[in-house]
Design a protein around this ligand. Structure first.
Ligand code: CDP
Length: 239
């Protein structure tokens, strides 16, 4: 049996499918680095909102070289620093969520962040979650997962998270916001949200966090030991 170390694990999928929780747990169990790329797009959006500039590509592109975004692993997951300030909580503000898909659709922003993401993951031993990790950032990732879940379940999960952050919002509002963002993310020209043909689809609608984490870890074990996934469905072959 041939085994190797330091894989790149790409986890993509729509908003609220459980990517960050799953990715963080998988990283913990493997002793890998967890990188939440959504936080990077959110940090750029927060900086743009704070700067009060028009949300147009030429204006946003001008501030990019001045941004210092740092991802710091912590016991509670990744903390995000923007020019030295811990903005982890601010990144969840509804205002940031409202604008992040537009900011993320600008090719200048994607080029800037993808370069940094490739740098962070180049040595492997990393679990990275986002929308385009398996398709654009690391098309050569050894393990690719596309996490999905039904809209009502995603909305309920997101509602709980937002309430924990003290944000007052209804389940209907959350569902509408998730749908709007998925629509924008899936239809933009540059690096849209899509399932890589060689990604394994995991529908988390009926799964617990522990179960979804275990499914991904099973794919990692299979990959490390060069065995084929047994009953997994990929995007290339619909269920
Ligand atoms: O946590 P949630 O699923 O709400 O989203 P996120 O991962 O924090 O990402 C926020 C937004 O950033 C997404 O809706 C996308 O517009 C954008 N994003 C992206 O374009 N590419 C990525 N690799 C990650 C996030």
């Amino acid at each position: 049996m041939s085994c190797k170390r330091g894989l790149i694990i790409a986890i993509d999928g729509p908003a609220g499918a459980g990517k960050s929780t799953t990715a963080r747990r998988v990283a913990e169990r493997l002793g890998y680095l967890y990188i939440d790329t959504g936080a990077m797009y959110r940090a750029v959006t927060l900086a743009v909102l704070r700067a009060g500039i028009p949300i147009e590509e030429e204006h946003v592109a001008r501030v990019l070289p001045h941004l210092r975004i740092e991802l710091v692993p912590s016991l509670q997951g990744q903390r995000t620093l923007l020019s030295g300030e811990d903005v982890t909580e601010a990144l969840r503000l509804p205002e940031v969520t409202r604008w992040v898909s537009l900011v993320s659709s600008f090719p200048a922003v994607r080029r800037f962040l993808v370069e940094e993401q490739r740098r962070l993951g180049r040595h492997g031993g990393v679990v990275m979650d986002g929308r385009d990790i398996g398709t654009v950032v690391f098309p050569e990732a050894e393990v690719k997962v596309f996490l999905t879940a039904s809209l009502p379940v995603r909305a309920r999960r997101r509602l709980q998270e937002l309430r924990a952050y003290g944000i007052a919002i209804t389940e209907q509002e959350v569902a509408a916001e998730l749908q709007r963002r998925d629509e924008l993310d899936s239809h933009r020209a540059d690096s849209p949200l899509q399932c890589a043909p060689d990604a394994v689809v995991i529908d988390t609608t009926e799964l617990t966090i522990e179960e979804q984490t275990e499914r991904v870890l099973e794919l990692v074990r299979q990959r490390l030991c060069n065995t084929r996934p047994e009953s997994a469905s990929s995007c290339a072959e619909p269920e």
